[in-house]
Design a binder for this molecule. Structure first.
Ligand code: DSN
Length: 440
């Protein structure tokens, strides 16, 4: 094996050497094996800038592939509907205990499959059909599951929105939020985002919610790892009632969801019932085991360092974009991501930018910007972030170089020769910073 005891590559010139892990797949199913190897090569030879992606530890992947996948365990620890639950109970209790400790919550549901079902479970547990939720507008950074008309939740519940007051600073229009809350009487006020680069004023949310008698829910899917690592504020410190999150993204765990309840047993029971039997059947216990490992990793001092470095790296990229006078929504970043108006600044669309950057080995996604006049499938912006490249070991200096490569690519979008040179620069960084196999 080309790995040292820490799981890092001994020979850094080898970009991917994990093939040995898949010897059974190789023997049994060559087509799937080739697809896995292709993905490994893609991940190893390019840099992942999608702010919701990351590289999990070897231990998380091992738990993901563990024999817990064989087991049905409907119910909750100590109250299951099938026999043979000694170890599922054990592992789920570990996951719950660690999740509660990390976020200072009294209750946690670790069974929800991902972020969208976690949000749906909160709505289903705490609302009646037709009830109102006040959430962030999608084009201002909110998420599809915060009531976009294409979702099932929008067909069942009534969503009303708040926006930023000023897209140049990212400040939320708290005055309008309060007025809407008083007028619409939401049962839930929802804070959270998937394309917003600033911190929220949780205290203001709680004050407004108290005034109108609403429950406060924070969808922290993007920044849960930053909260766990102490790099940004925890909504529970300001009195929020419920947090939903994914366990991948900045959290660096398996693809999955998590719901945390600050202290209300009544809310916790309603949400547990909504997850099972309301929305899901048997939990995916191999994922619950991987979540427990991820939460354990997030408790270590090295994770705190990691979370802080994500922010420093994003700031370093911000500087380069500012120097180049490229418009950033929110005027920059206070978290792990940046949303850049490439159409307004450089006259190229988000899609064109995404394709060109992919050609040089930088993966990110096109994204709508606030009140975008362009369509979501070819919007004005791109969204990128630093969680994955920070896991890979890049620091401020290298992140600045990545930002410079991005800007050179965007300014030379039709110049194939230039893009080839830039591709080589990305490859060099990838060779110097291979994907770590184990980092805790
Ligand atoms: N798909 C996730 C993201 O990229 O932000 C949110 O669901």
């Amino acid at each position: 094996m080309n790995l040292d005891l820490e799981g890092n590559y001994k020979d850094k010139s080898k970009l991917f050497t994990m093939a040995k892990e898949y010897e059974y797949i190789k023997k049994q199913d060559k087509k799937v094996y080739d697809a896995i190897l292709g993905e490994e090569k893609r991940e190893a030879e390019g840099l992942e800038l999608i702010p919701s992606e990351n590289y999990v530890s070897r231990a998380v992947r091992e738990a993901n592939g563990s024999i817990f996948t064989n087991k049905y365990s409907e119910g909750y620890p100590g109250k299951r509907y099938y026999g043979g639950q000694t170890y599922t109970d054990l592992v789920e209790r570990i996951a719950i205990e660690r999740a509660c400790k990390l976020f200072k919550a009294k209750f946690a549901n670790v069974q929800t499959h991902s972020g969208a079902p976690a949000n749906m479970a909160v709505y289903a547990g705490l609302l009646n059909p037709g009830d109102t939720v006040l959430g962030m507008d999608l084009s201002h950074g909110g998420h599809l599951t915060h009531g976009h008309p294409v979702t099932l939740s929008a067909k069942i519940y009534r969503f009303v929105r708040y926006k930023m007051k000023n897209p140049e600073t990212g400040e939320i229009d708290y005055k309008a939020l309060r007025e809407t809350a008083i007028k619409e009487k939401p049962k839930i006020i929802l804070a959270g985002f998937s394309a917003y680069s600033r911190e929220l004023d949780y205290k203001k949310f709680v004050e407004i919610a108290k005034e109108v008698g609403a429950i406060t829910m924070a969808d922290m899917a993007h920044i849960a790892g930053l909260i766990a690592g102490g790099a940004v504020k925890n909504p529970f410190d300001y009195g929020f009632d419920v947090i939903t999150t994914t366990t991948h993204k900045t959290f660096r765990g398996p693809r999955g969801g998590l719901i945390l309840i600050r202290d209300s047993e009544e809310i916790a029971q309603k949400i547990n019932k909504a997850v099972f039997p309301g929305l899901q059947g048997g939990p995916h216990m191999h994922i619950v085991a991987a979540k427990a490992i991820c939460f354990g990793e997030a408790m270590k001092p090295s994770f705190k360092k990691y979370a802080k470095q994500i922010l420093k790296n994003a700031k370093a990229m911000e500087e380069v974009f500012r120097e180049n006078k490229i418009r950033m929504l929110g005027g920059g970043t206070s978290n792990h991501l940046l949303l850049v108006d490439v159409f307004g600044s450089l006259g190229i669309t988000g899609r064109e930018a995404e394709v060109a950057l992919d050609e040089v080995g930088l993966t990110l996604n096109m994204n709508s910007i606030a009140d975008d006049t362009r369509k979501p499938l070819d919007p004005s912006g791109i969204r990128f972030g630093t969680p994955a490249i920070t896991t890979r070991g890049l620091k401020e200096k290298e992140c600045k170089e990545v930002a410079e490569i991005m800007i050179e690519t965007l300014k030379n979008i039709k110049d194939s020769k230039k893009k080839k040179e830039l591709r080589e620069r990305v490859r060099k960084i990838c060779k110097k910073f291979p994907i770590p196999q184990r980092f805790v």
